[in-house]
Design a binder for this molecule. Sequence first.
Ligand SMILES: [Mn+2]
Length: 347
Amino acid sequence: MKLSFRWYGESDPVKLKYIRQIPNMRSVVTAVYDVPVGEVWSRESIAKLKEDVENAGLIFDIVESVPVHEDIKLGKPTRDKYIENYQENIRRLSEAGVKCICYNFMPVFDWTRTQLDKELEDGSTALVYYKDQLEKMDPLNGELALPGWDSSYKKEDLKALFEDYSKIDKEALWGNLKYFLEKIIPVAEQSDIVMAIHPDDPPFDIFGLPRIITGEVNIDRFLKLVDSPSNGLTICTGSLGCTKSNDIYKMIDKYSAQGRIHFMHVRNVKILDDGSFEESAHFSACGSLDIVKIMEILHKNKFEGYLRPDHGRMIWGETGRPGYGLYDRALGASYITGIWEALGKLK
Ligand SMILES: [Mn+2]
């Protein structure tokens, strides 16, 4: 596995030099943040990212995310222009040495939580999803802004988007995804890049918006849309694993054996009785997932893709971007590295 760590660019309070100090750290997962969704990333911005990462002694070869414009997801006539931009971004990232691109196909909102600073028993804070809190949220009314969401949406834009999505169903979304993949996967193949779709987080419909990358049956369907190794997966254990209806171990075994997992997001999550969930420390006993079992499956299938610790709690007084502090993610990285080393030695 290639251990990596997400970094939000120069404005990230977590410095590259600190990421470099995490044992076994290899790659920085980042993106160009100065360009609106759907536009072409400038070669200068890409080169600057590469230079910053390499100057810190780390590797720039994986990007998360190149976001997909809503017009592509909605299948609007303007999608072709945005798909051409997307193809150009793939080519430019390839020129800079990138080998893997993570993206998602979630309508409107990226990952959704109902609270970002829930205090856990040990005094740390974590991101949580409580059903009763969600029922009180209305994205179209109220000053609702969460870091997983694009804050550039104005209320009117959101209303228009919800209106657009009310006119398409899941099958239409599947069709729009297929249209997109058929245009970008050949470019990825020519560019020696693998695409890795992130599952929907959480993996069920939210606010009436359709979600399709949600579990095994749908991921099987996704992989067949364009049957190429370049059309692959990011398996996010906390996203797919936050509902008991997904057998996360079976999915990791199956898709890693098929060589279709290019990127792993490894984190733990505690599933509550009513289907709500809390993000927890990476250590297995802190949540509902068996992290050793996950790493064992990857090791058995000789996983050579990228892997990063995912959201961490806020601990030791750290403040910053919820889910993306340094300390708890660094603990997660070390824990994962420890398991991986042991799996290699205790044969
Ligand atoms: Mn993830």
